[in-house]
Write a protein that binds this ligand. Structure first.
Ligand SMILES: C[S@@+](CC[C@H](N)C(=O)[O-])C[C@H]1O[C@@H](n2cnc3c(N)ncnc32)[C@H](O)[C@@H]1O
Length: 251
């Protein structure tokens, strides 16, 4: 599979927005019920804890605002942007207490990354599980470069194309009838499979190259997500289904 090869047909941006609009109501509960969501949040939070509260951060594709809430409560000034109106409505509900204290603002963006969030430079940008849904993701990465202060950080999480589990997942998705018969993997073979809207998967090395061209340096990487029986293998680049990487913009 090439770097930008779509998983299935060319999904349109409205399809992606429709998908996340439908997911919005249950998105926050994923953080209670999924050990992978909890783990990702814990890793990102640990990485962020070395930065000073008071810094100005952007969460691009903020979903229902779970990370935004943690950041705002810790004293960061955060802007959350998303393309899905329903996700932003959920975020607005979840963030009632901090919204009142002016620690957070929520902004809707369009598919060209336009919206009222580009009025300042940010100390850091976090974008978790987003670039794989964006057709012109190189343009989004370039946009991040323009929005960051020199020395600022960018934390991305994305599907790790090096993972053999991702290859298995893709194969299951492409042969749904085999698995539907036995009721296996409904999250991959059902009508609401996220692989229908996911456009790309990435290796850390190729993102590192693209980010180097934008004057970013890779500062740290971590892999996670695998069935529990595989234990510590989730942390290996050839197994962990999700990569989290931090890049620093050169001064
Ligand atoms: C998998 S969810 C992740 C949400 C959140 N970052 C989290 O980790 O819980 C992907 C989010 O990206 C948003 N999204 C997808 N394409 C986008 C785009 N072009 N611009 C802004 N947000 C986008 C979706 O609406 C959705 O809320």
């Amino acid at each position: 599979m090439s770097e930008t090869e779509p998983i299935e047909q060319e999904p349109t941006q409205p399809l992606t927005v429709g998908y996340f609009d439908c997911e919005a109501a249950c998105w926050t509960s994923k953080y209670r019920n999924s050990r992978h969501f909890k783990k990702r949040l814990a890793i990102v939070w640990q990485w962020l804890s070395r930065y000073h509260p008071g810094q100005v951060l952007l969460d691009y594709g903020c979903g229902s605002g779970v990370l935004l809430k943690v950041l705002a409560e810790a004293g960061f000034h955060v802007t959350g942007v998303d393309i899905s109106e329903n996700m932003l409505a959920e975020a607005s509900k979840n963030l009632q207490t901090v919204l009142r204290k002016d620690k957070v603002r929520l902004v809707r963006v369009n598919e060209h990354f336009e919206g009222d969030y580009a009025d300042r430079l940010y100390d850091g940008i976090v974008s978790l599980g987003v670039i794989e849904y964006v057709a012109d993701y190189p343009a989004l990465l370039a946009r991040f470069g323009q929005l960051l202060k020199p020395g600022g950080f960018l934390i991305l999480s994305f599907p790790n194309r090096e993972s053999w589990l991702r290859r298995v997942e893709r194969w299951v998705f492409q042969h749904p009838a085999l698995f539907r018969l036995f009721g296996l993997f409904p999250h991959l073979t059902g009508p609401d499979s996220y692989l229908k809207v996911q456009r790309c998967q990435f290796t850390v090395a190729e993102l590192q190259n693209q980010m180097a061209a934008l004057d970013f340096e890779l500062s740290r990487v971590c892999y996670h997500v695998a069935p529990i029986v595989l234990g510590g293998l989730a942390g290996s680049p050839s197994t962990g289904m999700t990569a989290i990487a931090e890049f620093i913009k050169r001064k």
